[in-house]
Ligand binder design. Structure first.
Ligand SMILES: Nc1ncnc2c1ncn2[C@@H]1O[C@H](COP(=O)(O)OP(=O)(O)OP(=O)(O)O)[C@@H](O)[C@H]1O
Ligand SMILES: [Mg+2]
Length: 294
């Protein structure tokens, strides 16, 4: 069992944007979801933990490794799938993985061959191993990305927005793969898709404007909202008025009409009906995203 501990990480970019604002959390083996809207600081946090950029202050450890001060040591036990995973043109997945394994220090040819075969089977691409990666679908490319992140038996796997652009079928296959991988190591998965976290993660954090605004189990966050969320179908020109009167946490179109969810300690009447809260309500109530929707 491994443990990742992040303590008071701070990072302000030269342009003044504070991407990490006193970020602290602790995680153990399994899938950990890092949920946050665009610009929340997810990639900044992941790049910092992957030792690709430095923090201004704070600490991070993986078991006995001081991540910020022993980057080489961390990299030996890290698998990382960046948000933008560039693939080499005109190369097949077998060649690509072989090449990346060599870069990761697996110098023995026979060992590499065995490993690549194992990885291709693991991500269900063995049959396609001779096909150019360039022609792969988004989901297949992501599976190549996961395969390369598994090289070298990592203890910590960081995947940054791995499901962006996948269709529901591909997303499901990818979920299964991640759940399988996450049994024995720490997997941190960043996403702005609430379903990713609901379906996969026993533990999560919500990040917004550089801060961790929730840390815990998805279900606990949902329970906190129990009996406090109400919904109503409104017309589009009424929306601004509702936004002034109520605390709107989300607003989605249903048949061309806005369905608003509001947070209220008492029944608001006025045509609202109570609704069972879900993780989306949690996400919108904890972040500033919903304001931009009105
Ligand atoms: N190299 C950089 N220089 C300056 N500002 C940056 C840099 N990288 C990120 N930022 C800013 O820091 C904030 C956090 O960005 P980050 O990419 O970490 O967010 P994110 O949660 O990964 O967003 P997304 O969901 O869009 O990937 C944003 O305001 C972003 O514009
Ligand atoms: Mg990002």
């Amino acid at each position: 069992m491994s443990k990742l501990t992040v303590t008071n990480l701070n990072k302000t970019y030269p342009n003044g944007v504070k991407a990490l604002d006193n970020v602290s959390f602790e995680i153990e083996n399994g899938l950990f979801g890092l949920l946050g809207p665009n610009g929340a600081g997810k990639s900044s946090l992941m790049r910092t933990l992957a030792t690709l950029q430095e923090a201004d202050s704070g600490a991070a450890t993986l078991d006995d490794i001081d991540i910020l001060n022993q980057p080489a040591k961390l990299r030996k036990v890290l698998g990382y799938l960046p948000q933008e995973f560039g693939v080499y043109p005109k190369i097949n997945s077998e060649q690509l993985l072989n090449h990346l394994a060599l870069l990761k220090g697996i110098t023995k040819k026979s060992e590499r061959k065995e490993l690549v075969k194992y990885l291709l089977n693991k991500v269900n691409l063995y049959d396609k191993r001779k096909k150019s990666v360039k022609g792969f679908s988004g989901g297949m490319k992501q599976r190549v990305g996961i395969a390369q992140a598994l090289i070298g038996n990592p203890k910590l796997i960081i995947v940054d927005e791995p499901t962006a652009g996948l269709d529901p079928g591909e997303r499901n296959r990818f979920y299964n793969l991640l759940a399988d991988v996450g049994k024995n190591v720490i997997v941190i998965l960043s996403t702005h898709i609430v379903d990713d976290v609901r379906e996969l993660c026993t533990n999560m954090a919500i990040m917004d404007q550089g801060q961790i605004v929730y840390y815990g189990a998805p279900q606990d966050a949902i329970n906190q909202l129990d009996g406090r969320v109400y919904q109503k179908l409104v017309s589009r020109d009424e929306l601004a008025g509702y936004a002034n009167t109520y605390s709107i946490i989300s607003n989605k179109m249903v048949g061309g009409q806005p369905l608003i969810h509001i947070l209220s300690e008492t029944h608001p009447d006025n045509g609202f009906e109570p609704v069972k809260p879900d993780l989306e309500d949690v996400f919108f109530s904890k972040t500033n995203t919903s304001h931009t929707l009105v």
